[in-house]
Design a protein around this ligand. Structure first.
Ligand SMILES: C[S@@+](CC[C@H](N)C(=O)[O-])C[C@H]1O[C@@H](n2cnc3c(N)ncnc32)[C@H](O)[C@@H]1O
Length: 212
């Protein structure tokens, strides 16, 4: 996975441009309404989303596996501290955060690692912390393309699974939290084959009270 992303960032640079995803604008409003002061962004890439949050006065920490992306992030969003490590083992991060924002990373794993990843995020949220995740939905045009390796999970290239979430499936992944909101959101991108629209799902949750 690391090699794949490093090669892509080296070849394509800022793949998704300078602007944040519209899901980040939406999450920022939710976080501001809840006076979020510290934010963890797993799979932070070169920082197009972290920059929105950090420039809004939130203390942002990114976690990113690609060294090439970490280097770009240093320049693009110097306000965010980025750890070059895997989201599947964030033990190097000793602090806890008010919230987590994660854009299009959870669907890159098979079931065992998806559960492990969510647990890693929950372990790093403060009591009753907020989490906002976006993922590919089953309405994506690429659904069903490639080898079927698990339910609703396809590998268009060997070793690169993509899991497509229905609303029920997404809720089931976060069943250990209080689900505040879920929905579909169209997200425009312009790279690779040109302009295209992703049909993403998002989930907004509150971690359950750990003090009880
Ligand atoms: C679809 S991209 C999204 C990037 C970023 N969220 C954005 O929108 O600009 C997925 C990102 O997750 C990173 N990634 C993939 N697997 C990872 C892992 N195990 N640990 C940390 N980062 C990972 C990739 O390097 C890539 O930057």
């Amino acid at each position: 996975m690391n090699e794949y992303w490093d090669t892509r960032y080296q070849a394509e640079g800022k793949i998704w441009g300078d602007s944040p995803s519209r899901t980040a604008d939406y999450a920022l409003k939710l976080f501001q309404a809840n006076t979020v002061k510290s934010l963890l962004v797993p799979g932070s890439g070169y920082g197009r989303n972290t920059k929105l949050f950090s420039s809004s006065g939130i203390s942002v920490t990114g976690v990113e596996i690609s060294l090439a992306a970490c280097g770009m992030a240093l320049e693009f969003d110097p306000l965010t501290r980025v750890y070059q490590t895997s989201v599947l083992d964030m033990s190097r991060l000793s602090r806890k955060f008010n919230a987590v924002y994660c854009f299009n990373v959870l669907h890159l794993f098979r079931e065992f690692d998806r559960k492990r990843f969510i647990r890693q995020c929950l372990d790093r949220t403060k009591n009753k912390g907020l989490m906002f995740f976006t993922v590919f939905s089953e309405k994506e045009p690429t659904y069903g393309k490639g080898a079927s390796v698990e339910p609703d999970t396809f590998e268009s290239k060997p070793g690169r699974p993509v899991h497509y979430f229905s609303d029920a499936d997404l809720k089931a992944h976060f069943s250990m939290t209080t689900i505040l909101e879920t929905g579909l959101m169209e997200d425009e991108e312009n790279h690779g084959e040109g302009p295209h629209t992703h049909i993403l799902r998002y989930i907004y949750v509150r971690a359950n009270d750990k003090s009880q």
